[in-house]
Structure formats: structure tokens, C-alpha cells
Ligand binder design. Structure first.
Ligand SMILES: *[C@@H]1O[C@H](CO)[C@@H](O)[C@H](O)[C@H]1NC(C)=O
Length: 269
């Protein structure tokens, strides 16, 4: 193991595809239908536990949206998922060469690629989340508010996010989006808390992630309505002051420029 190329799973693609095409051809010959589009997929998954200590290989065959059959390395045989997959599963299970190849994939495909991923620093990759708290006013009740904790840009996907109010964990009124996969090896998620803020309440979004030494805590402090109106009064006063100050300043500067320059003293007087 170690460095090397990523290998594909050596599955029985060609065989399955051939069967599918033959089924289609006979179908077409009988019915004279126009050609139909079909999607045939093979998906090979490696599931790792404790590094490569325990590895499970799953090889799945999907016709349109229906999984026909799969190979499970825990069982060591092909398993039919639908009646349509049964003949194929029975056919491959009788073929010792195909079975041996499928059983070897935990090493040839999974453990090998784990080594490649380790060399490429994909195994053990961690990126710290960014955490931001912002209020919005769209709760289900007219006077309730939403606090949104946006947790972005982290890897891997496992994360624990809690809402606290004055240090107490909140479970009621907490809603979360699904985990969003950005497609660039980072994830993001939003966790909302519905609340009716009272002055002085401190809300905290607390995030724990494998990339962090300790939890990240971002606080938000509720302002009462009177505090908000005091602040607005202050801002209003400041703007009013500016409105009076500006023309005064202009007039002052104009006068300063227009004033006659003092004459040098002593020539003719
Ligand atoms: C993980 O694997 C190592 C050997 O690679 C073993 O010593 C250890 O006990 C395993 N840990 C668990 C939790 O199974």
C-alpha cells in the first residue's frame, strides 16, 4: 500500500451491460418501440472502520433507479435485490473466478486506495468551521425572532452544534437545515433558534468539531426595545447635529476665504 494510482473496482460491468443490452434488443425486436433511454450504474463503496483494520466492500448494480443486485464483502457473495437481479446473482455466484475477484476487492481496491488517499492527505483532512450568529425576524409567531447560526467551510462532515440561552442548552424551537455538501471537500449547515428575546439574555451558538481543540462559542445579546429606542434617539440626534453643523461649517469656510488679505504694513501710511 501507500503511493500509487487510484484503482477502480474491477466489477462485472461488461457482463451486466451485455445482459441488459440483450434484454433491450429482444424487447425492441418484439415491440418495434422507439429506442428508450436506460441508465445502468455500478457503484462501488468501501467502508472503513479504524483505518483499514475493518473494511467492507459493497458493489451495487442499478438499472434505471432500481438496484438489481449487490456484492457484500461481509457475506462474500452476490445478493439479488429484485427478481430482475436474481438470475445475474445466481450466475455470478456459480463462477468461482468472479467470486474470488470480488472477494479480493477489499484489498486490491479498498485498502490500496486508502493508502493513496493517505499519501494525498485526504485521510485525516480537517478544516475548521467558521461560525456566525445573526438575527432575522421571520419566526412563525409575529413577535418571535430567529437567531441563525451559520456554520460553514468545515471538513469532515461530523459536527455538533448547540444553542444555549444564558448557559442553558435549548432544545425547543431549534431547527436545522440538512447538512450541505459544497462539493469542494467542505460542508455547511444552518441551525436556527426561535426565541423571544428579553433584555440581557445571552444566546450562544456552540460548535464542536474534530478540527478544533475546544468548542467555538459565538454569543448574541438581546437588546430590549427601550435600549433599541435609546440607540435610535442617539443616532437621530447625531444626524440632526450633522445637518446643523454642515451649513455652519460651509459658511465659516466661505467667509474665511472672502476676507481681504491684510496689507503689509508701513509703506505709504
Ligand atoms: C484499531 O486498530 C488497531 C490496529 O491497527 C488496534 O490495535 C486497535 O485495538 C483498534 N481499535 C479499535 C477501537 O478497534
Amino acid at each position: 500500500m501507500g503511493a500509487g494510482r487510484i484503482l477502480g473496482a474491477g466489477s462485472c460491468w461488461a457482463g451486466a451491460l451485455l445482459v441488459t443490452l440483450m434484454v433491450l434488443r429482444t424487447h425492441l425486436a418484439h415491440c418495434m418501440e422507439r429506442p428508450r433511454r436506460v441508465v445502468f450504474q455500478g457503484k462501488s463503496d468501501c467502508l472503513f472502520t479504524n483505518g483499514t483494520e475493518r473494511v467492507r466492500f459493497l458493489d451495487r448494480y442499478i438499472y434505471n433507479r432500481q438496484q438489481l443486485l449487490h456484492f457484500d464483502s461481509d457475506l462474500g457473495v452476490y445478493v439479488a435485490d429484485t427478481e430482475l437481479g436474481r438470475p445475474q446473482a445466481e450466475h455470478w455466484n456459480k463462477d468461482q473466478a468472479i467470486l474470488a475477484q470480488a472477494r479480493a476487492e477489499v484489498d486490491r481496491f479498498c485498502r490500496h486506495n486508502y493508502g493513496v488517499a493517505q499519501t494525498g492527505k485526504m485521510v485525516g483532512r480537517t478544516v475548521q468551521p467558521k461560525v456566525k450568529v445573526s438575527p432575522t425576524k421571520s419566526g412563525s409567531q409575529p413577535h418571535s425572532h430567529l437567531l441563525v447560526c451559520s456554520v460553514t467551510g468545515f471538513y469532515p462532515s461530523g459536527i455538533e452544534i448547540k444553542w444555549l440561552k444564558n448557559g442553558q442548552e435549548q432544545t425547543a424551537g431549534v431547527v436545522s437545515t440538512e447538512l450541505l455538501q459544497n462539493g469542494d471537500w467542505t460542508f455547511q449547515i444552518l441551525v436556527m433558534l426561535e426565541m423571544s428575546p428579553q433584555r440581557g439574555d445571552i444566546y450562544t451558538c456552540q460548535v464542536e468539531h474534530i478540527s478544533l481543540q475546544g468548542p467555538i462559542a459565538v454569543h448574541w445579546e438581546a437588546q430590549s426595545d427601550s435600549a433599541r429606542s435609546k440607540m435610535l434617539t442617539g443616532v437621530g440626534g447625531f444626524v440632526l447635529g450633522l445637518i446643523f453643523l454642515a451649513p455652519g461649517l460651509l459658511i465659516y469656510l466661505k467667509n474665511k476665504k472672502g476676507r481681504p488679505v491684510p496689507q503689509p504694513a508701513g509703506l505709504l501710511s
